[in-house]
Design a protein around this ligand. Structure first.
Ligand code: C5P
Length: 222
């Protein structure tokens, strides 16, 4: 069993996709399964942390002893995250929709025979990671982001770490053939101020254990 080295700590975890309504029956979403985030929430809880898991719509059961806050949209997710503070650490694995419909229809959009398809105007969603990681009195001490990248992964992810002002970024390859998004394995590059660490390909549960152990070390000295 894992040592209870996160006892007394509160960790905020986001997971899953967000669903952005177009009308009462349609939404914009993505293929995030939530698996990596749920695994991390479970691993942190097993080390004794109090875990708030803010989750978009997924087909998963929350791990034992985790406080689940289910949300649909990015705006809901941001509100739930801010409400969960203070936290010692935050791990943002959610695949937040970058855009939402600017004005979702109150009524179902009707298909009118012969009429052209409707145009859906989009507007930018808030960046939850950047909001949580922004300097301020309620910033968690350790803020961890994820970066699903294709191609020049290390450089892009390192730039993202600085832009979003998070402490660590876990970058993974999601290009064609990588089988990561929705799959059970992950191949992580941990990017910190000190540089990049390449982890071997391993199951998402093992990534979660490794990250939780690293976080316990990082949070130990206070
Ligand atoms: O910019 P990009 O979406 O690649 O950044 C990924 C990281 O940022 C992830 O940790 C994700 O959870 C977080 N993110 C967020 N809110 C957004 C977009 C991304 O928290 N609107």
């Amino acid at each position: 069993a894992a040592p209870p080295d996160l006892a007394g700590r509160h960790v905020l975890v986001t997971a899953g996709p967000t669903h952005e309504p177009i009308d009462p029956v349609r939404f914009l979403g993505n293929r995030s399964s939530g698996r990596q985030g749920y695994a991390i929430a479970g691993a942190l809880a097993r080390r004794g942390a109090r875990v708030t898991l803010v989750s978009g719509p997924v087909a998963l059961i929350a791990p034992p002893a985790v406080d689940l806050v289910p949300v649909q949209t990015a705006e809901d997710m941001l509100r739930a995250c801010l409400a969960a503070l203070p936290a010692d650490a935050a791990v943002m694995t959610a695949a937040v929709a970058d855009w939402r419909a600017a004005s979702p229809n109150v009524l179902k959009i009707r298909k009118v025979p012969g009429a052209p398809p409707p145009a859906i105007a989009l507007t930018l969603n808030p960046d939850i990671l950047a909001t949580i990681a922004a300097p301020g009195p309620s910033r968690p001490r350790l803020v961890v982001g994820f970066a699903a990248e294709t191609g020049d992964l290390r450089e892009t992810a390192a730039a993202k770490r600085l832009r979003k002002r998070c402490d660590w970024i876990l970058a993974n390859e999601v290009g064609a053939g990588s089988d990561v998004m929705g799959g059970t394995d992950n191949e992580i590059h941990l990017i910190t101020e000190a540089g990049t660490e390449d982890w071997p390909r391993m199951p998402k549960d093992a990534v979660a254990e490794k990250l939780a152990a690293r976080m316990a070390v990082e949070l130990a000295d206070r």
